[in-house]
Design a protein around this ligand. Structure first.
Ligand code: FAD
Length: 376
């Protein structure tokens, strides 16, 4: 972490995560990019002090002092989620130009990402858990070789473009080239968690929140039928509790509940787990496993629109603070989960590796928050 303030209004959460990652876990990769593409080969440290869709502002420190350099992307990206791929491109260029041997942290991730596949499969079952939640089961095709990475394993579900029934991509799908496809052919989709993978039948369940036709993934889930083709890009995981963890605190709305349920099932019975779950009325809640040690606080929105309340932050603040050796994991609307992250990092003082709180979706009104990189 460093003191510089980054302000932007675009894709707040993605930019925060991008800057945090470059200044934190990928600092060695940033230094290579800065030294080579910022033309300060003797620099010994680098910190991103600003980022937008066209490049990053980096403060490089060498024996002569501090230097602020602008490193432009080869071309601006359309949205903050694409910055990661653009930065990978900068890293590859920096490595080539440097002529230096070695591997930085992000280069190791690039190698790992190369292992991510696009699996073609199809729907074999559709079950309504309640009027706003649908369990969709996939089987067959490339899923036969699937293996989850952890209890929060998630995959990007790639779907046919709206109004079409066949996929327009194949196993060779790549995020780098999807922008080159004609717009009418581009797949739509979103990340979804693996609620259950049954290795014996090679069936994979996901729970889709049905939030209307505005979102293409929700619209698809609303109409999903046996035989529908999908592509699944992944798997990925964010859940990584330190081995010293003595208490688990899970903070979720409906989108984080499927992974929270899988996390509870993965822990030995009796493990202290506190769940803070924002949801609709009791008849419209995904059930959580009833296990020894698990204490669930349901937070009823009482008719409020999802993503518009401070229920999660208020409940976490009102409860006993997480133990000094707690692991706090969660997935919910971006602004709601950011408020919780700020509280547990800044006020409770948990270390970065004890906290994995991710914005799983963004309410349409929440696009304009300035942020500081102190949120990490
Ligand atoms: C790692 C990860 C795991 C996830 N796991 C799950 C999961 O298991 N189940 C699940 O249902 N979701 C899950 N999500 C959330 C899901 O990816 C988002 O809700 C996504 O926005 C849905 O895409 P869409 O095409 O339906 O809507 P979008 O096109 O993204 O959004 C369209 C509109 O719908 C609104 N919107 C989006 N999601 C919701 C929602 N849940 N409730 C109300 N309004 C919404 C947006 O604010 C926007 O106004 C996960 C997200 C991540 C990052």
């Amino acid at each position: 972490m460093h003191d510089d303030t980054v302000t932007t209004t675009d894709d707040e959460e993605q930019l925060v995560a991008f800057v945090e990652a470059l200044n934190g876990e990928y600092a060695d990769s940033l230094l290579l990019i800065g030294r080579i593409l910022g033309d300060r080969r003797d620099a010994t440290s680098a910190a991103v002090v600003g980022a937008d869709l066209a490049g990053i502002d980096v403060r490089l420190t060498d024996p002569m002092g501090d230097h602020l350099v602008r490193i432009d992307l080869p071309e601006p990206v359309g949205e903050a989620s694409q910055l990661v791929y653009a930065a990978m491109g900068l890293l590859v260029t920096a490595r080539e130009r440097s002529g230096e041997p070695g591997t930085t942290s992000a280069e190791r991730v690039i190698a790992e990402m190369a292992g991510i596949r696009t699996m073609l499969t199809s729907v074999v079952r559709v079950v309504d858990e309640h009027p706003h939640l649908r369990r969709i089961t996939f089987r067959g095709g490339d899923l036969d070789g699937f293996a989850p990475l952890g209890p929060d394993t998630f995959l990007y579900v790639l779907l046919p473009p709206p109004g079409r029934s066949e996929l327009t991509i194949d196993r060779g799908f790549s995020w780098e080239t999807v922008g080159d496809m004609p717009e009418a052919d581009r797949p739509v989709g979103a990340y979804y968690s693996v609620r259950e993978w049954r290795p014996d039948t090679k069936e994979l369940d996901m729970l889709f929140v049905l939030h209307g036709d505005e979102g293409p993934a929700s619209a698809w889930a609303q109409r999903a039928a046996v035989g529908d083709p999908v592509a699944l890009w992944g798997p990925r995981t964010a859940y990584a509790p330190p081995p010293t963890t003595t208490e688990y605190v899970l903070v979720v709305d409906e989108t984080g509940l499927p992974a929270a349920a899988a996390i509870i099932e993965s822990l030995p019975p009796g493990t202290p787990v506190r769940v803070f779950a924002e949801a609709g009325p009791p008849g419209e809640r995904q059930q959580l496993p009833d296990r020894d040690g698990v204490q669930v606080t349901w937070l009823d929105r009482e008719g409020a629109e999802p993503g518009t309340t401070s229920l999660l932050e208020d409940a976490v603040r009102a409860a006993a603070p997480p133990a000094p050796t707690a692991y706090v994991w969660g997935g919910a609307e971006s602004r709601c989960i950011t408020a919780v992250r700020r509280y547990v990092r800044r006020e409770v003082g948990l270390a970065r590796e004890q906290v994995s709180l991710t914005g799983y979706w963004r309410h349409r009104d929440h696009t304009d928050d300035p942020y500081t990189d102190e949120d990490a």
